[in-house]
Design a protein around this ligand. Structure first.
Ligand SMILES: [Zn+2]
Length: 459
């Protein structure tokens, strides 16, 4: 009854009537279009792509100049094959040319992400895109029953830094309305397992939504202690790669099916599992997802490549053939559920190391990008646990770094990591890439590999 009241009455009224957003309208369109045929969905996608390219070419100085330099004209794109000639851009291009990528005169929302590359990324989107991506998120999560208004427990990173009383109040109302209860994964240590379990059992959510690795650690700790957690109807995991052994253990401990999702802050939900669990259905109406090799050619099915995204509706600041730094295995199968949305076979490369402190805490690597994105003067960083009780925090700093920033940053690190770990804060001029050309953000040199990743486990 409460679920019905919130999800069918209060939330739609709030979104549509109070906030004047079209999220629910877009959502109901997506509920219909997911059942269209592959051909029909591909046709709609190409139409949206052509509209986006024509817009970017006339309205966004960066794209106009880059394409004209290469002799490309948006009008040439009459198929996805023709689009393969378009240049792929990285987050560096967005850092450098953000202002020239935007559409003048459009009201924009600004966002930032720590990203998996280790350097914070600031970008913009327009209101229609925000509403469409929110709708796609609701549609994808609805396959696990996790729609707004249904009682959900979020085992998630909560906003860090200093929130004003007004912001905290707003957060509280927002979560109450969405019927979300939040447990901060950055606080999840061995000592808190019992407390987290009690709070879960008292709240009795229909769905648990969680970062993959903290939930896995939590499940393992519950199993070790023989504790019986509340069993929800479904568990949604995201933000980190899910290994097969993790899914198995989480499903056993919570006696509930796990739904994997994949997204990034730049475009939100990219793919999600339906109840058949045969792969991740892509958000095809809003996104063009390509898997390309390092030369920019489509990767053959079954092989790993770079995830390259085109957001079909962010006309305010178009992302066109944007490589977000993730890796995935190509191959677009169909699902037995009958939805026309193609399946992404597997996401492979997004995992950050977990730090292990001497007092038994497990701090997910995702803590650090999340933390650093609030400090614009940090250009790049790397965290390395070098000894069981010691970590290095290297940063490449811009000109506007202050002592107060440093004190605040270290205070937040200390709160998360506890007193038992020595933190060496090291401003440096550069942070070298790995031999594969990757920037490793969080490295744990002391972790017992076998604990996180059993040898031979399918991933
Ligand atoms: Zn399906």
């Amino acid at each position: 009854m409460l679920d019905w009241l919130f999800s069918r009455v209060l939330l739609p009224a709030f979104e549509t009537g109070v906030k004047r957003r079209r999220t629910y309208q877009y959502w109901s369109e997506l509920e219909r279009s997911q059942w269209y045929s592959r051909g029909e969905l591909a046709r709609l996608q190409l139409t949206a792509l052509r509209r986006l390219l024509a817009h970017a070419q006339t309205q966004c100085p960066y794209y106009r100049a880059a394409w004209s330099h290469l002799g490309l004209d948006a009008a040439q794109v009459d198929s996805l094959t023709a689009f393969e000639r378009w240049p792929v851009i990285s987050s560096d291009a967005i850092r450098e040319h953000r202002l020239r990528m935007r559409t003048a005169g459009t009201q924009l929302l600004s966002k930032s992400t720590g990203g998996s590359s280790g350097a914070p990324l600031h970008f913009d989107l327009d209101h229609e895109s925000h509403e469409r991506r929110t709708a796609a998120w609701h549609r994808g999560y609805s396959w696990a029953g996790a729609i707004p208004g249904v009682k959900q427990l979020y085992l998630w990173g909560v906003p860090l830094g200093q929130r004003t009383a007004w912001q905290r109040g707003k957060d509280r109302v927002y979560h109450w309305l969405q019927r979300r209860h939040l447990l901060n994964t950055f606080e999840l240590s061995a000592a808190c397992v019992g407390d987290f379990c009690r709070r879960l059992n008292a709240y009795r959510p229909r769905v648990i939504v969680a970062y993959t690795n903290p939930l896995y650690e939590f499940a393992r700790a519950l199993q070790d202690r023989g504790m019986r957690p509340w069993s929800p109807q479904a568990i949604v995991v995201g933000a980190e790669k899910l290994h097969a052994h993790q899914r198995q253990l989480i499903e056993t401990v919570f006696a509930a099916p796990v739904f994997e999702t994949y997204g990034c802050r730049e475009v939100m939900l990219i793919g999600a599992e339906c109840p058949r669990h045969e792969g991740l259905h892509l958000t095809q109406e809003n996104l063009l997802v390509e898997i390309l090799d390092d030369e920019g050619q489509p990767t053959p099915p079954g092989q790993e490549g770079n995830v390259v995204l085109t957001d079909l509706y962010n006309h305010g600041m178009p992302f066109i053939r944007y490589a977000n730094g993730d890796r995935a295995i190509a191959g677009w199968q169909e699902c037995s559920c009958g939805r026309g949305l193609p399946l992404l076979r597997q996401v492979t490369g997004r995992r950050l190391d977990v730090l292990h402190t001497p007092d038994g805490r497990r701090l997910p690597g995702e803590f650090f990008p999340h933390l650093c994105k609030d400090y614009p003067a940090i250009q790049r960083f790397q965290v390395e646990q070098t000894e069981p009780d010691r970590m290095q925090f290297k940063v490449v700093l811009g000109p506007r770094w202050s002592d107060a920033d440093q004190a605040q940053l270290l205070h937040e690190v200390r709160q998360a990591i506890g007193e038992a770990m020595q933190v060496d804060f090291l401003p440096v001029t550069d942070i070298p890439l790995t031999r594969a050309g990757k920037h490793q953000v969080v490295i744990n040199r002391c972790a017992v590999r076998a604990m996180d990743e059993p040898a031979g486990a399918a991933s």
